[in-house]
Design a protein around this ligand. Structure first.
Ligand code: SF4
Length: 443
């Protein structure tokens, strides 16, 4: 028996290559590979890097689906269904919208695969796949990265440390997926996974690595002897504890992605992230993180009801004043299954209900009516803010600020390389047709 894993791509402009910074190792596929018994043959097509062989000889096709890749995933699924090959869809999108996913496949996996994957394979072998399987966030295996052999991913090791987040931010699909729960991964598994990967630079995949501070302190202790560099995602609350900041640095933490979302308190209240304003003085907390030796990848979201044109300028000025390593300036996107999506739907503010399936939907399109500006204006202001942040003068100025914080040489080199790459991609991503252009080269 043979199972074919497929990781669909977001979309591609005709004749252009896929967005390079979107080609990290797809960890869920390595986990599925590890869960698959040895008597099953496996193969893997990464739609972001290569063409899919729709004629491959296989017994089951398993596709990982996110909102941005749903349209493409359903297209791929239908190609295999036409041949009578059973297809199962899993990942965040089918978990949040199983009824929709069921229309495009023989089976749907809701939640994480660990407890049910071998049952699914057995049912497939008996030709008795069920319509729906219910997984849960438990850790049972170390990912088997041999499935990535021969594929060119970014040279960054991805290692999971936890799933979910205990906060309830209104727009957050992670909170909806894990029902505002956090599940940390056993630390010995994290350490073993890092050792096996053979890499030196890591992104510790965690929706909020500061969700359980006792766990994080212990993790830092165990990572210290490994002599690695790592980045992850955290909330600003991490800056409250100076000893913890020092432990982070000692363990190799050099960059943290922090979701500031908005500098306007009324917006934070509306998105149920008002606790951000109560953590302390934002500028002081940022300085503390920088002083400890950790750089910040700041993310902002625009389109909340109290955003005005000056909100963009303020976020840009804040980001440049602090010399952030990277920053993202995105418009609000109502992901299905979130409280935000429900609110917009009830208030009839959605321009399209299922934007992820909409023909002609492009990356960067706004799909709801913002309160204080038009959808097009919101999209354009986000793009203009990105262009300003990644302008050469801004990169130079932020590079100077980073230098004054005495970064390790490798981090300083990574700053220039990645900022110049992201600068090129600002306009490359805009207008990218979702789910299109992927059955052709170049990739
Ligand atoms: S803190 Fe971050 S991960 Fe947690 S619910 Fe809010 S946006 Fe999502």
């Amino acid at each position: 028996m043979k199972v074919t894993f497929i990781y669909p791509a977001v979309g591609k402009k005709p004749g252009e290559r896929y967005i390079k910074t979107w080609t990290m190792e797809p960890l869920p596929i390595a986990t599925l590979k590890a869960l698959t018994p040895k008597d099953w043959e496996t193969e893997f097509f990464d739609d972001r890097l290569e063409l899919i062989n729709y004629d491959t000889d296989t017994d089951l096709v398993a596709i990982n689906v996110e909102a941005y890749t749903a349209k493409r995933a359903y297209h791929i699924a239908s190609r295999f269904c036409e041949r009578g090959i059973p297809v199962i869809l899993g990942g965040s999108h089918p978990t949040l919208l199983p009824e929709e996913a069921e229309q495009y496949a023989d089976a749907v996996l809701v939640g994480n695969a660990e407890p049910v994957w071998t049952n699914i394979l057995e049912d497939c072998w008996r030709n008795a796949l069920k319509k729906r399987y219910q997984g849960s966030p438990i850790y049972t295996v170390l990912p088997d990265r041999s499935i990535f052999k021969g594929k060119q991913y970014l040279p960054l090791g991805l290692v999971e440390t936890g799933r979910g987040c205990s906060f309830h931010c209104e727009f957050c699909a992670v909170s909806a997926y894990y029902d505002a729960h956090y599940v940390p991964r056993p630390i010995p598994d994290v350490v073993e996974d890092i050792k096996r990967s053979g890499k030196q630079f890591f992104f510790l995949v965690d929706d909020n690595i500061a969700a359980d501070l006792t766990y994080l302190k212990q993790l830092c202790k165990e990572l210290e002897p490994l002599n690695i560099f790592w980045a992850s995602q955290a909330t600003l609350t991490i800056a409250k504890d100076e000893k913890l900041l020092q432990s982070l640095v000692n363990s190799g933490c050099r960059v943290l992605l922090i979701g500031f979302e908005s500098l306007e308190q009324k917006n934070l209240q509306q998105m149920q992230k008002e606790w951000m304003a109560k953590v302390g003085d934002r500028d002081e907390l940022v300085q503390r993180i920088h002083k400890a030796g950790v750089s910040i990848y700041a993310t902002f979201v625009f389109g909340f009801d109290h955003d005005t044109p000056s909100s963009f300028e303020e976020a840009l000025a804040f980001s440049q004043r602090h010399g952030f390593f990277f920053a993202a300036f995105n418009h609000l996107l109502p992901f299905p299954g979130t409280a935000l999506y429900t609110r917009f739907q009830q208030k009839k503010r959605l321009l399209v209900n299922t934007w992820w399936l909409e023909p002609g939907y492009h990356y960067g399109d706004v799909v709801f009516h913002p309160q204080n500006m038009g959808p097009q204006e919101l999209s354009e202001r986000c793009a203009a803010t990105r262009r300003a942040f990644f302008s050469l003068s801004s990169i130079l100025q932020r590079g100077g600020q980073l230098l004054r914080r005495h970064p390790p040489l490798r981090l300083f080199a990574a700053y220039w390389l990645q900022n110049l790459k992201l600068r090129r991609e600002v306009d490359g991503k805009l207008g990218l047709p979702i789910g299109e252009g992927l059955d052709e080269l170049p990739k």
